[in-house]
Design a protein around this ligand. Sequence first.
Ligand SMILES: [Zn+2]
Length: 258
Amino acid sequence: MNASIVDAHIHFDLYQEEDRRKILKSLEANRIESMVTVSSHLTSGIKNLMIAQDDKRIKPALGYHPEQPLPSKEEIEGITSLARRYSSSISAIGEVGLPYYSRKEDPSIDVEAYVNLLEHFIKLAAELNKPIVLHAIYQDAEIVCDLLKKHNIRNAHFHWFKGSAATTQTLIENDHYISVTPECVYKPKIQKLIDVYPLNRIMVETDGPWPFKGPFKDKMTHPAMMHDSIAKISEIKGLPLQMVYHIIQQNTVKFFRI
Ligand SMILES: [Zn+2]
């Protein structure tokens, strides 16, 4: 059975080098076809590009993670020129978005500045004709949907999406993609999301090295965990496992053009 999968969102640069080597060695045995490695900032982007040079199964994306202080003007310019220069080597612009968790901790942060930065990356994705990988949850997803509409962008991936029924509906209507992490195996809220979201707009990811709980407690996050996610999706959707593997793999390959 062809049950290979793509990790639609991993921070491969954040693993220790030894762990990276171990993961790469075990990809084939675990039927992991490729991994979209998103970047957190400029040096993270350079590292991901370098890792991808040595292994074609690594599909790098360039961006600036929103859950950190705003970048300098030079850093934004650095990421932008890197994306332009390596446009043919990158799979997407990401990870970009809005600082939901940072704002919860510090309500005084300048959201407007983050919105402007995100708009810059949305324009860059449009200019380079690349999909965009978003960190935008709960009410932030609504703001991002408006921005995407403004720039006529449909090819958007809301990774590890969480949101109200209404926001979920907005994403569905706009044809945007979501991805679920291994958390879907044990989190009822995510299982409910899988139930309502169209399967042809769902991908799977690990967001590794982010650690998980439940059956994955104390384990290093490995893309092989996504096989459990697929099994859960198949159970929730009431569809044959093989079909779910195929649809999700196709969604990811088509979305990232990899
Ligand atoms: Zn991430």
